[in-house]
Design a protein around this ligand. Structure first.
Ligand code: ALA
Length: 405
C-alpha cells in the first residue's frame, strides 16, 4: 500500500454507500472532495466563532479577523507571493478573472490592442475578456494547439506582438490535462511588453505555484479545486499593478472615506474586497492548503500519475475509444469518447456503476470545435483514488461500450 492510500480515510464522502455500493469518485477536476480538517474548520467557525471581519470591536470579531488574515498569509506562502497585500479573496477563479478584466482591462485596454488567449481556455478565461474587448475596442487573438493538444509555439510566436497587451492562459487544461510551461510563456509575453494572467484553477491541486519565479503578473484559482470550501477564490496580483487598479465593486470595507461628493478607496487588497466576504470559506482554505502540504507535491504527483497512466493504458485497449490530449506529463485526467456513442450515454452507464465522471464540453466549447466533438467523457483522479477505482472505471467503460454499440 502506497503512503497515499491512507488519504482515502480523510474524506468522509468516500465512506458512504451509494445505491448499496462504494462510490468511485473520478470528478475531482470539477470539484475536489473535502477532507475532515476543512469540514471541521467550517463547522467550528459557524458553531462557535461567528463574527464579521475588519469591522468589529469585540473578541470574536478580532479573532475572526486574525484567522482571516492568517489564511491570506497561508495563500501568500502557497503561491510564493512577496506580500499578503498581493492576495485578494474572491468567490472563485471566475470572479478573479472578471475582476481583472474589468478593473485592469477597462483602464488599460484601448481600441485595437490585442488580448491573446489560447484554444484550450475555459470559458471563465474567455468570456470576461470578450466582455472587456466589447467595452474597449480591443481584439481577441487565439493561440492554436498542436494535434496532441499542446500549445503551438510557432502560432504563439506569430500571434504575440507589440500589439499584445495581455496574454491570458491556463496553467493546465481542464479538458485535455495539458500542462503549459508557465515560466516560458510569461517570458515570451514580457519580451513584447504584455502583462500575463494565469488561470490556475486546474493546476493548484497537483502542482507547486511560484508566482515570483514565474514572473507572472496575475494568477487566479478556486478553493474548491484544492480540497477547500466553495465560494472562495484568489487573485494574486503584482503589488505595483494592483496599486494602480481601480476597484471592481463598490461597498463596505473597500473605502477610505465616503461623502456624497466623493469617495476615496482603501489600499489593496481591501479595495477589491467590497462587502462581507465568505468568512468561513476563507478561513477554511488554510487547512486545505495545509492538507496538500502534509503529503507534498512529489507524493501526490507520483500517486496520481500512476493512476492516470493505468487508466490511459486500459482505455487504449478498448476498441473505439478515442483519447484526447497529450499522452504523458498531464494533469491526472483522461478525456475520451467512444466512437459512435454519445458521451452522455456513456456517463449514464458509468453512473449506474457508481463511477462519477464529468461529460460534456467542460466549459471549453471553442476547444470542442477543433476536436470535432460536442463533448467528451472526462475521468479525473486525486489523492483519494486507488487502483481499484481505475479498474472499476475501465470495467464500466467496457460495459458501456458493449451495451451501447
Ligand atoms: N471547471 C470545472 C471543470 O472542469 C468545473 O469541471
Amino acid at each position: 500500500m502506497s503512503s497515499m492510500e491512507k488519504a482515502r480515510a480523510d474524506f468522509p464522502v468516500l465512506t458512504q454507500k451509494i445505491r448499496g455500493k462504494n462510490l468511485v469518485y473520478l470528478d475531482s477536476a470539477a470539484t475536489a472532495l473535502k477532507p475532515w480538517p476543512v469540514i471541521e474548520r467550517i463547522s467550528l467557525f459557524n458553531s462557535y466563532e461567528t463574527a464579521n471581519v475588519h469591522r468589529g470591536a469585540h473578541y470574536l470579531a478580532d479573532q475572526a479577523t486574525r484567522y482571516f488574515e492568517e489564511s491570506r498569509a497561508a495563500v501568500r506562502d502557497f503561491v510564493h507571493a512577496r506580500a499578503s497585500e498581493e492576495i485578494i479573496f474572491t468567490k472563485g477563479a471566475t470572479e478573479s478573472l472578471n475582476l481583472l478584466a474589468q478593473s485592469w482591462g477597462r483602464v488599460n485596454l484601448h481600441a485595437n490592442d490585442e488580448i491573446l488567449l489560447t484554444r484550450m481556455e475555459h470559458h471563465a478565461n474567455i468570456v470576461p475578456w470578450q466582455m472587456v474587448a466589447q467595452q474597449t475596442g480591443a481584439k481577441i487573438k487565439v493561440v492554436e494547439l498542436t494535434p496532441d493538444g499542446q500549445l503551438d509555439r510557432q502560432d504563439l510566436a506569430r500571434k504575440l506582438s507589440p500589439l499584445t497587451k495581455v496574454f491570458a492562459f491556463t496553467a493546465c487544461s481542464n479538458t485535455l490535462g495539458t500542462i503549459n510551461p508557465v515560466a516560458e510563456l510569461v517570458s515570451a509575453a514580457k519580451a513584447v511588453g504584455a502583462i500575463t494572467v494565469v488561470d490556475g484553477a486546474q493546476f493548484v491541486a497537483n502542482h507547486a505555484v511560484d508566482v515570483q519565479a514565474w514572473g507572472v503578473d496575475f494568477f487566479a484559482f478556486s478553493g474548491h479545486k484544492v480540497f477547500g470550501p466553495y465560494g472562495v477564490g484568489v487573485l494574486y496580483g503584482r503589488q505595483e499593478l494592483l496599486r494602480s487598479m481601480p476597484p471592481y465593486q463598490g461597498g463596505g470595507s473597500m473605502i477610505a472615506k465616503v461623502t456624497f461628493a466623493e469617495t476615496t478607496y482603501n489600499e489593496s487588497p481591501f479595495r477589491f474586497e467590497a462587502g462581507t466576504p465568505n468568512i468561513e470559506a476563507v478561513i477554511a482554505l488554510k487547512p486545505a492548503l495545509e492538507y496538500v502540504g502534509k503529503w507534498g507535491w512529489a507524493a501526490i504527483q507520483e500517486h496520481e500519475n500512476e493512476l492516470v497512466q493505468k487508466a490511459r493504458a486500459g482505455l487504449r485497449e478498448i476498441a473505439g475509444v478515442r483519447l484526447f490530449g497529450p499522452s504523458q506529463g498531464t494533469a491526472p485526467l483522461v478525456s475520451f469518447v467512444i466512437e459512435g456513442i454519445h458521451h452522455s450515454d456513456v456517463g449514464q452507464i458509468l453512473d449506474q456503476e457508481n463511477v462519477a465522471v464529468r461529460v460534456g464540453h467542460h466549459c471549453t466549447q471553442p476547444l470542442m470545435e477543433v476536436l470535432g466533438v460536442t463533448g467528451t467523457v472526462r475521468a479525473s483522479f486525486s489523492v483519494y483514488n486507488n487502483t481499484q477505482d481505475v479498474e472499476l472505471f475501465l470495467k464500466a467503460v467496457a460495459k458501456a461500450k458493449e451495451m451501447l454499440s
